[in-house]
Ligand binder design. Sequence first.
Ligand SMILES: [Fe+2]
Ligand SMILES: [Fe+2]
Length: 132
Amino acid sequence: MSLINWTPEEFGTSVAQHDEEHKHLFGLLNRLHASVSTGERGTIGKALDGLIAFVAEHFSAEEENMRKANYAALDQHRQEHEKLVNTCLNLQQQFRAGQAEITEETTAFLRDWLKQHIPQVDRKYGPTLSAN
Ligand SMILES: [Fe+2]
Ligand SMILES: [Fe+2]
């Protein structure tokens, strides 16, 4: 079963590009979640790396679009992104060093972050970004 499913009601931002990115992000998180149950570090590591790379790409795309639109809450939004990226990079580093494992708690943390950030933070850029 999937950890997280995209629906327009819960996650739609009215910016098609970012909705597509969010769907892709959810797919990568679901893949990481599925890999955890295999217990194979190589599989988990690949899924983790793929997810983190796309998170960075997606955040940059949002920030670039907010910047172009002179979106007022850009700095605040960027701070939330930065915090998650730092958490992810620490996790990746610790995992690679064998000092931490990726567990269902990790994937639940990421799911909860997305379930908070997209409806409460991303959605707010909808009117500004979809007007451009
Ligand atoms: Fe987003
Ligand atoms: Fe965002």
